[in-house]
Write a protein that binds this ligand. Structure first.
Ligand SMILES: Cc1cc2nc3c(=O)[nH]c(=O)nc-3n(C[C@H](O)[C@H](O)[C@H](O)COP(=O)(O)OP(=O)(O)OC[C@H]3O[C@@H](n4cnc5c(N)ncnc54)[C@H](O)[C@@H]3O)c2cc1C
Length: 804
């Protein structure tokens, strides 16, 4: 028995330290030798030696190992390898991996994250945010835009073009602003906190629009023609990929281009397409169009079915129909269908010219991650910060049962969630933008950001709506949250709908791209390279064994001895990420090894793995963000809430993975290795919830930092300005209100109408004249802030609501 324990501990140490196979063999031989010496030759020792020699001699001689073992696995895996389409392959080859690969490794190298420079704005970018962006925000009246006009006012369109809002990513040599992704994100976030319509209008040319495609693939002539015109708004772009038959599966588009000559004997393409949902489409002057190109007469080469191709089509080209609009949840950004009937275009309208025929999908995959990584996250953080600031203030202003509603435990919970989640969202946004500015193009992380930030924003706004009660429901110019709530599904659906992003893309792509061996093994299988495969397979087995040993050790010790960065408060979170990363890597490998190609169809399982990876990524961003800010003490409740919630969620998802695993006995063993002491993590506790919620109810620097970067005003004629004014007035009057409440408790003052009560308190000398005025001002501001719009029947029926 003792010998068995020694054997297990030895194996564990060997695997933990990734010992080479030769050394493992030597150490095990020594151990067996000592066993034989102590217990003598017996049936047991002879069987042990037999088994040992049978297993370890072939393992140490690659030629034999390949024939006896790897060849067999090779065959099995080749049969199980799911077929991969060209578009899937191109999607997998787009971008690179970064911190996601570290988390997948089971042993993240913290230096990769720590060494990432903090994203900073240049003076020019800051001046743009303080100048034109601030001015644009002040010009925006969302109710007027979404209800009365169903469009941006002409002066706003003009200002957007004149200030080059559509040319943020275009280099200065082409007349653009050439801003970093950090600046791009800050700008979209600020505009989004004022008007989703304006934010989407600015977002699209800087992400989906063809500028990025032109920059990467355009010919010099195309760049020189289009980029300056796109930068100064002379051209309004739209990008048309989606159609009635091809939504999430965009590569299934039936839109065609046939290579042919026109009547003037010009070689070109005859296009037929039908697209829908195209943002800016109705006002676009140039359309980036994706279609499938065919060359039945072999006019440009041997291939008949050339593949997805992308061209730029001026919308006044004969045969193009454009201009009709959809109504996307009453938001007023331009969006609509378009179609083309026998539209002839010359070959040099293809982005990159004739050389780039058939490369459309690859180009799209390489370039269009901006929307997922920068624009939609910025939009989401804008909405989250906006909700925190305004609904948080509302919870302080609004009183029921003689108390601000934010002080009730029931309301504290959503408030804490709003604050904590917003902290997570902003951290992920900032850290990921810094990574982009540092040259990373992390494709899996872009899917994580798209899914998690839009999904969590939905939750934050939902919480906000619950807290706002009726004032969030009754639409009108005073309602600042209703439209944001209404338009949430747009960001959930666009650029990879969320269900698909979670259940197919994050882990589906991550398992191949971020795993240290899978992609290389697949390549070896495809190239029929048994030698290479054998090499990789044995490294992979070593990796699995190491993660098993590491997972158990970290689980048993709660990672207490694991070397991590951080300070007294943060070290524990770094350790838990390391622990969960080892568990995640182990479970992921187990799923890959046991389910193989069928894992692709196991979307529920894939979704759970995605949740683990996403929470680990977001938690890492929170720690990095906290550290980048100099570990401010007043942010500790947000940091703690965010980390505890993320780690708890990762744990729950990883445990849920277990229930979906095949080979139950093995799965049980793995679970006991990763969670030897049960469930170690709990969600944020009551005191932490109270502390995090309180941050939204007071006018503090940490609240300002949490909501930094959104548009804030103090105009009493503006819906959010009124809230800002009332919040400050109510807080200023709070000590006087406390005096009054005390007097009421002591029966010195009656309860009832606040203004009468103030007069009575003043008359009885309970408060001074100045205090009475402070309270009266606060009360007036409070009433103005909580009031809602009403309309005459004619106004409602006639749809002629007017903005204030
Ligand atoms: C307001 C708006 C603006 C847009 N702007 C543009 C634009 O400018 N250019 C452009 O080309 N397109 C644009 N789109 C299109 C957008 O990208 C698509 O709507 C999106 O890709 C989803 O397609 P679909 O709406 O047809 O939904 P479907 O593809 O029908 O999907 C419906 C649901 O099924 C789920 N689903 C589908 N397949 C799977 C799967 N394999 N596993 C799990 N779940 C799955 C999806 O997640 C979704 O929840 C826009 C759409 C909207 C609504």
């Amino acid at each position: 028995m003792l010998w068995l324990v020694v054997l297990l501990i030895t194996l564990w140490v060997l695997f933990y330290y990734k010992t080479p196979i030769l050394l493992v063999t030597a150490i095990l031989a020594l151990l067996l030798g000592s066993y034989t010496k102590v217990f003598g030759l017996s049936l047991c020792s002879i069987s042990l030696w037999g088994g040992f020699l049978l297993l370890f001699i072939p393992l140490n001689i690659p030629v034999i190992r390949r024939q006896l073992f790897s060849r067999w696995v090779f065959k099995l895996m080749k049969g199980a390898l799911p077929p991969m389409s060209q578009t899937e392959r191109e999607a997998l080859e787009a971008g690179n991996t970064w911190w996601d690969a570290e988390l997948f490794s089971g042993n993240p190298d913290w230096k990769v994250l720590q060494n990432l420079p903090v994203g900073r704005l240049t003076d020019e970018e800051q001046a743009f945010i303080d100048g034109p962006v601030e001015t644009l925000c002040a010009m925006l009246n969302d109710w007027d835009i979404t209800h009365n006009r169903k469009d941006l006012p002409q002066e706003v369109w003009d200002y957007i073009k004149q200030q080059k809002f559509c040319g943020m990513i275009i280099p200065k040599v082409y007349g653009g602003l050439e801003f970093s992704e950090t600046a791009h994100s800050e700008i979209v976030m600020k505009i989004a906190s004022r008007s989703t319509t304006a934010a989407v209008t600015v977002m699209v040319p800087n992400s989906l629009g063809p500028a990025k495609l032109l920059l990467n693939y355009g010919t010099e002539q195309q760049k020189n023609h289009y980029l300056p015109r796109l930068a100064n708004g002379d051209e309004i772009p739209a990008f048309a990929l989606t159609g009635p038959q091809a939504g999430s599966d965009a590569s299934a588009m039936p839109d065609t281009g046939i290579v042919c000559y026109n009547q003037d004997k010009v070689l070109g393409i005859r296009l037929n397409w039908e697209k829908r949902y195209i943002t800016l489409g109705p006002v676009a002057t140039v359309l980036g169009l994706a279609f499938k190109l065919y060359d039945p007469d072999h006019l440009i080469g041997d291939k008949e079915n050339i593949g997805i191709t992308v061209a730029l089509i001026p919308t006044d080209t004969p045969g193009v129909s454009i201009g009709r609009r959809h109504n996307p949840l009453d938001s007023a950004f331009q969006n609509g269908p378009n179609w083309g009937k026998d539209v002839f275009i010359p070959l040099d309208w293809i982005i990159g010219g004739a050389e780039q025929v058939g490369n459309g999908w690859k180009m799209l995959m390489q370039c269009l991650t901006t929307g997922r990584t920068v624009s939609l996250p910025a939009l989401s953080v804008g909405a989250a910060k906006f909700t925190c600031r305004n609904t948080g203030a509302y919870a302080r202003i609004r009183k029921q049962f003689n108390l601000p509603i934010g002080e009730f435990e029931g309301i504290e919970e959503p408030l804490a969630r709003m604050a904590g989640e917003t902290y997570i969202l902003d951290a992920a946004r900032k850290v990921t933008n810094a990574a982009l500015d540092n040259g990373e193009k992390p494709a899996v992380i872009s899917a994580i950001l798209k899914y998690e930030l839009t999904e969590r924003m939905r939750r934050i706004v939902n919480d906000g709506m619950d807290i706002q009660g009726g004032s969030g429901i009754c639409m009108g110019p005073r309602n600042y949250l209703g439209r944001i709530y209404q338009v949430i599904p747009v960001s959930i659906t666009v650029e990879g709908a969320n269900i698909l992003t979670r259940t197919m893309m994050i882990f589906g792509q991550g398992a191949i791209r971020c795993h240290p061996y899978i992609q290389k093994e697949m390549a070896a299988l495809q190239q029929n390279d048994l030698r290479q495969f054998d090499d990789l397979l044995f490294q992979h087995i070593g990796f699995f064994m190491h993660n098993m040993a590491a997972g158990f050790w970290l689980g048993l010790t709660n990672a207490r001895f694991h070397k991590v960065p951080g300070n007294r408060n943060t070290r524990r979170y770094y350790r838990q990420i390391a622990r969960l990363s080892a568990g995640f890597a182990l479970f992921a490998d187990f799923a890959l090894l046991t389910l193989g190609g069928t894992l692709k169809r196991k979307e529920r399982l894939s979704g759970l793995f995605a949740d683990v990876l996403s929470n680990l990524y977001l938690c890492s961003c929170v720690l990095k963000h906290y550290q980048d800010q100099g570990c401010p003490k007043d942010e500790a409740p947000l940091l703690n809430w965010a980390c505890q919630q993320s780690i708890y969620r990762a744990q729950q998802s990883l445990r849920a993975v277990f229930w979906k695993m095949p080979l139950r006995p093995l799965a049980w063993i793995l679970r006991s290795l990763v969670f030897p002491t049960g469930k170690p993590y709990a969600p944020p506790g009551d005191l932490l919830i109270h502390k995090a919620a309180s941050l939204l109810l007071a006018d503090t620097p940490v609240r300002d930092r949490l909501t930094h970067g959104i548009y804030i005003n103090s105009k009493t004629g503006d819906a959010t300005g009124r809230i800002e004014v009332a919040f400050k007035a109510v807080l200023a009057a709070a000590p006087v209100e406390a005096k009054i409440r005390l007097a009421q408790k002591q029966k010195q003052l009656s309860k009832g109408d606040p203004f009468k009560m103030l007069a009575e308190a003043l008359a009885k000398g309970i408060i001074t004249q100045e205090e009475a005025e402070l309270c009266a001002t606060a009360e007036q501001a409070r009433l103005a802030a909580i009031s809602v719009d009403d309309f005459s029947a004619e106004e409602l029926m006639g749809n002629v609501f007017k903005a204030e």
